[in-house]
Design a protein around this ligand. Structure first.
Ligand SMILES: Nc1ncnc2c1ncn2[C@@H]1O[C@H](COP(=O)(O)OP(=O)(O)O)[C@@H](O)[C@H]1O
Ligand SMILES: [Mg+2]
Length: 347
């Protein structure tokens, strides 16, 4: 559906220095999926997503949408293709002097659609996004979530096949974010629109994306099914985004427990582990097997279970009291059974 092939984007700064905002980036997005692009601010996400509708013309590379390379199209053809690609933004980009209805109608007005046709087109959209009571209001009279719903309905007015979302929930509070993501999910299912979600928040990816690419400094550092990325993050960038960098988010209560165990059993005999696993992949009772095999006890310090598009992602932080040689064998034993195991050594 959408293929970006070897995209490079260079900018020349005021000092004449060449800066590469995208370095040989290739992605493929399948029809009907919700695809995530995540990275810190400045990673190149917006630059990349704006290549999909050529708001941004890449310095090098091909942009294939529905089998056609957009970089080779003339202006008129490009305008047509652009109409099949809707976009929503962090700051909504609504016209303050127009009502909700007139904001949503704008894309159709621009192509000369007759008034009645506009009405029959956008009324169902207004209902779909839940703005029926607010059609005559102005943007200043709306909450952030409502403004984004206007943005979403406007983006859908032209029956796009693709919806690009550039940090569309970043200005919203957590509850409104959840509701907006649910709406996008409904739109994806009901209308079959392919959605490309740009975000710097892993929670957004976790809630609705099926696949994700992780970007850092203009490059893709990791990509795959969302659950795999969460269960087995490979890059430091991904780990930081997931918040699994253990020295950062280990609560004081756990540190206290570890210190108490060290006093009791001796520093060298106390070990701390972090496990992540995908429920369906771990058929064996790994922990109790290891416990019996090596005759050691594991204490659960904390655990989480998440549902990601119907698959189960679990994490456990465990305390182990055992001589180092036995502990090392237990670590290998667990690692060989489909569980990602990280040793926490910096407490
Ligand atoms: N038009 C431009 N001219 C020069 N530099 C730009 C331009 N657009 C973006 N950049 C630079 O490219 C890098 C990536 O920006 P951007 O794609 O907006 O990142 P993100 O959306 O991930 O925050 C940043 O360092 C930004 O300053
Ligand atoms: Mg951006």
């Amino acid at each position: 559906m959408i293929k970006l092939e070897h995209i490079t984007q260079t900018y020349v700064g005021p000092d004449g220095k060449v800066f590469e905002a995208l370095k040989d980036v290739s992605i493929e997005i399948k029809p009907g999926e919700i695809f995530g692009i995540i990275g810190r601010s400045g990673a190149g996400k917006s630059t990349l997503v704006r290549c999909i509708n050529l708001l941004n013309r890449p310095t090098k590379g091909a942009v294939i949408v529905d089998g056609r390379d957009l970089t080779k199209l003339g202006d008129a053809e490009l305008r047509d293709v652009r109409r099949s690609i809707g976009m929503i933004f962090q700051h909504f980009n609504l016209l303050s002097s127009r009502t909700v209805y007139d904001n949503i109608a704008l894309p159709l007005e621009l192509i000369g659609t007759p008034k009645e046709q506009i009405r029959s087109k956008i009324e169902p959209l207004i209902e779909l996004v839940g703005l029926t009571e607010h059609v005559n209001k102005y943007p200043s009279q709306l909450s952030g979530g409502q403004k984004q719903r206007v943005g979403i309905a406007r983006a859908l007015a032209n029956d796009p096949k693709v919806l690009l979302s550039d940090e569309a929930t970043s200005a919203l509070d957590p509850e409104t974010t959840v509701a907006t993501l649910q709406l996008l999910q409904r739109i994806n299912e009901k209308l079959g629109v392919t959605i490309v979600m740009i975000t710097h928040e892993m929670n957004v990816v976790k809630q609705i994306c099926s696949r994700v690419v992780v970007m850092n400094k203009g490059e893709i550092v990791e990509q795959g099914d969302v659950i795999d990325i969460f269960a087995r993050p490979q890059s430091e960038t991904t780990r930081a985004l997931i918040g699994q960098v253990m020295d950062r988010d280990l609560p004081q209560s756990i540190v206290n427990t570890v210190n108490a165990a060290r006093e009791k059993h001796g520093r060298d005999n106390v070990h701390l582990l972090h496990l992540s696993f995908i429920g369906e992949e771990v058929a064996e009772p790994v922990i109790s097997l290891a416990s019996r095999e090596f005759n050691i006890d594991f204490s659960i310090l904390r655990g989480t279970v998440d549902d990601l598009q119907g698959r189960t992602l679990g994490t456990l932080t465990l305390l182990v009291v055992a001589p180092t040689s036995v502990y090392k064998q237990a670590v290998d034993f667990i690692r060989n059974r489909g569980v990602l195991l990280e040793e926490i050594t910096n407490v």
